[in-house]
Design a protein around this ligand. Structure first.
Ligand SMILES: [Zn+2]
Length: 390
């Protein structure tokens, strides 16, 4: 008999965790480091402290669980336990609960792989606190710790947080990688002047430069990479009066693409676009790269196993993740892959986050299937003495 997860326990654990830090509308307030976040992680810790399982906090605040008295190596599975302010009940939490369910299923069946699976609830993925520097705190700490040497790989299941799966009628999606993200500041200087008496040809209108660059962002990105995406979330004109031609202007841009090469090409195109527009408007302008997160490409072999597991359980297609995840950090140290389940209506970071129960159960089962295939493959390293009769 193939191993089956306990669907009722999966869903009731998810419901229980959804009540910790919940507001009246069901939105969750488990921002990393808050009392509610700690209560959530304590509940996960307590829930996994059943006979034969061992749980522990590391010094960062990640919560791990595995079988007692095992010596590894382990395949790590999990997701993050924190939420954004007024977040949803599935972002992160679903992957944590699904991973716990997989380990408990293996443990209860006394499966040989139960000794080689560890679960994690990451601390502070979202990066809401000022001191958390963009998030992925727990996974970054693990990637730099000695424990990473005890691990053979990492698998994470997550809600899609977009509409691609629902629109495509997909149940499950192996994730090929995570986009790289770069942020830029555009700074333009022109000449303030009277908005009535300065004719068009005489203007050095910094505002027009910023506005034209913002308006052109989409076309610049799509010309380089049809799958690239971007955003201009901030724009400002100085001095900021209706009757003064702006002498200064600034904007903040963000670009996401599937590879660092594509990001380089988009950056070059943006620089060219900005200098062309600045010259046309008689202004000076510069594009300053403020931050860069590299793109992550998941391990081909692990992705192959995840693909097989997903295809065995429902309608699937490969997707690229446009949101950041702990898996991107861990993929720099361990063979890593992810899978998605659909997000109804594409809502995430909102109390409207929803995935039908059937698809939540299917996803956790596919995660178990993937673990059963990935763990023997990853543990079978040259010189490894781990015996794994399935
Ligand atoms: Zn998440």
């Amino acid at each position: 008999m193939p191993l089956r997860i306990n669907a009722a326990r999966l869903l009731s654990d998810l419901t229980h965790l959804s009540q910790i830090g919940a507001g009246q509308d069901g939105a969750l307030w488990r921002v990393a480091g808050t009392k509610a976040d700690r209560a959530g992680r304590d509940w996960l810790d307590k829930t996994m402290r059943v006979e034969g399982l061992h749980t522990r906090y590391d010094e960062t605040g990640n919560v791990f669980s595995r079988r007692e008295d095992t010596t590894g190596p382990w395949l790590l599975i999990g997701s993050h336990a924190d939420t954004v302010p007024a977040g949803g009940h599935l972002d992160g939490a679903y992957g944590v609960i699904a991973a716990m369910e997989v380990l408990r299923t293996l443990h209860e069946a006394d499966h040989p792989l139960a000794d080689h699976v560890e679960t994690v609830a990451w601390f502070d993925e979202e990066g809401v606190r000022p001191e958390s520097a963009g998030g992925l705190v727990g996974s970054t700490a693990l990637a730099g710790s000695a424990h990473v040497d005890d691990l053979v790989g990492y698998l994470e299941i997550h809600v899609e947080q977009g509409r691609r799966m629902e629109e495509g009628g997909l149940d499950l999606a192996p994730v090929t990688g995570i986009v790289g993200v770069r942020r830029y500041r555009v700074a333009v200087s022109g000449q303030e002047n009277h908005a009535g008496t300065t004719m068009w040809a005489d203007r050095q209108d910094a505002g027009r430069v910023a506005a034209r660059v913002v308006a052109g962002l989409k076309d610049v990105i799509l010309a380089v990479d049809p799958k690239g995406i971007g955003n201009a979330g901030v724009i400002g004109f100085g001095p900021g009066a209706a009757n003064v031609v702006p002498g200064t202007a600034s904007a903040e841009l963000e670009v996401r693409a599937s590879s660092d090469t594509a990001l380089d090409d988009i950056e070059t195109a943006l620089e060219a676009d900005l200098s062309r527009i600045a010259a046309e408007e008689n202004c000076a302008a510069e594009l300053v790269r403020v931050s860069a997160k590299p793109a992550a490409h998941f391990d081909r072999r692990v992705l192959g196993v995840v693909d097989e597991a997903c295809r065995g359980r429902g309608r699937t297609d490969h997707l690229l993740s446009y949101a950041g995840h702990d898996a991107s950090v861990i993929s720099t140290r361990l063979p890593t892959a992810m899978m998605f389940v659909p997000s109804t209506g594409g809502f995430s970071h909102s109390h409207k986050e929803h995935t039908p129960d059937g698809q939540l159960v299917l996803g956790a089962q596919a995660l178990l299937d993937a673990v059963l295939k990935a763990a023997p493959m990853l543990l079978a390293r040259p010189g490894s003495s781990v015996a794994l009769a399935a």
